[in-house]
Ligand binder design. Structure first.
Ligand code: NDP
Length: 336
């Protein structure tokens, strides 16, 4: 079987490509440029004959996806689509153009494209986010535990005038809602599953090339090196990128996952990160803020147990994720 993975060159997308190839799937990746395709290819020389690419310059136009669904004659048909591509930027000029339109437009356009060109597709898995679950207006909400039943209630008009990170969170909620709405109206032959991870951290496929151009979540971690203070909790949850990749593949494979959303993650705070990295990587000790070791602050809980039960994923502990992430940051310094 072949899986189409959109945003195949990104931090999360490249791990999904890796997990799919390692499980024996053929992968068709969609990216915005030949350069991005070439970058992914170099990470998978051993899978040359199982990996191909389509250039989709604008994810909001379903017609541009047509070539993405065309596979070579000796390649099995595309039976699953994993839609990872969406803007994840927190510092934006224009909330509508930079976040809301591409995010919502991209989400609906992939469904339209599957309807038009993906006759063998039986499941679409969307990379949504815990941002689509979290009610930012309720703050840290100690004692409350978020589940898949919760929704970020922000409207399009509120998001259009909000700050960048609030607008990003809303863009994920509005995109996911638009997808469920589309499915309800169109009653397509394929099913939809959404994966809702909080912060995603962990190593990059092929290593970190350049710390000046990290994706948002890796940048948040990298910024701890040399920071004066331990930042307050922003997003109170995380998942390892490898777990998130497994969750996407399982969502496609497990029929009982169809039609559901999955909160995929567990508690996160920066104090626990610095405490853990200090222990695991002593050479970073003097370069990390101290904060108050062991005192992480109160925040809402996240119930990620449905993903464990239905998708069969195993959460990687924070200490392992952080160790693997920071060791890659150190590698870049050694090369530089
Ligand atoms: P990256 O920035 O590494 O990857 C984003 C991917 O989406 C890239 O392939 C990028 O292409 C593509 N993309 C972004 N904007 C557009 C656009 N307007 N049109 C076409 N393609 C676009 O981020 P991540 O891998 O971290 O994020 C991937 C997905 O995971 C996103 O949907 C994000 O919302 C979601 N997510 C991420 C979390 C995290 O902590 N990292 C947490 C929860 C969800 P290009 O390289 O060409 O820009």
């Amino acid at each position: 079987q072949t899986l189409l993975v959109t945003g195949a060159n990104g931090f999360v997308g490249s791990h999904i490509v890796k997990a799919a190839l390692e499980k024996g799937y053929h992968v068709r990746g969609s990216v915005r440029s030949e350069k991005s395709a070439a970058g992914v290819r170099t990470n998978f020389p051993q899978y040359e004959d199982k990996l191909s690419f389509a250039i989709v310059p604008d994810i909001t136009k379903p017609e541009l996806y047509e070539p993405a669904f065309v596979v070579a004659t000796n390649t099995p048909p595309i039976t699953g689509v994993i839609n990872v591509a969406a803007p994840f930027v927190l510092n934006v000029q224009d909330q509508r153009c930079d976040l809301l339109e591409p995010s919502i437009g991209g989400a609906v356009s992939i469904l339209e494209a599957v309807k038009r060109y993906g006759k063998d597709v039986r499941c679409v898995v969307e990379t949504s986010s815990f941002a689509a679950i979290l009610d930012l207006g309720k703050g840290y909400r100690p004692g409350y535990t978020y589940t898949e039943a919760d929704w970020n209630p922000m409207t399009y008009d509120e998001a259009a005038v909000a700050d960048g990170s609030t607008a990003y969170c809303a863009s994920k909620a509005l995109a996911e809602k638009a997808m469920w709405g589309w499915v309800e109206r169109e009653k397509p032959a394929f099913t939809l599953v959404t994966i809702c991870p909080p912060w995603i951290f962990g190593p990059h496929v092929g290593g970190v090339r350049d710390t000046a151009h990290l994706n948002e979540s890796s940048h948040a971690l990298f910024s701890l090196i040399g920071a004066k203070e331990v930042p307050p909790i922003d997003f109170g949850g995380f998942a390892d990128v490898r777990t998130v990749a497994d969750a996407h593949i399982a969502a496609f494979e497990k029929e009982e996952a169809a039609g559901q959303r999955f909160l995929t993650g567990s508690h996160f705070d920066y104090q626990s990160v610095v405490d853990s990295v200090r222990k695991e990587i002593p050479e970073l000790d003097s370069r990390l803020p101290m904060g108050t070791p062991g005192k992480s602050g109160e925040v809402y809980g996240l119930d990620g147990s449905k993903a464990e039960k239905v998708l069969g994923i195993k959460y990687i502990p924070l200490s392992q994720t952080m160790k693997d992430s920071f060791l890659q940051f150190l590698e870049v310094e050694k090369v530089a």
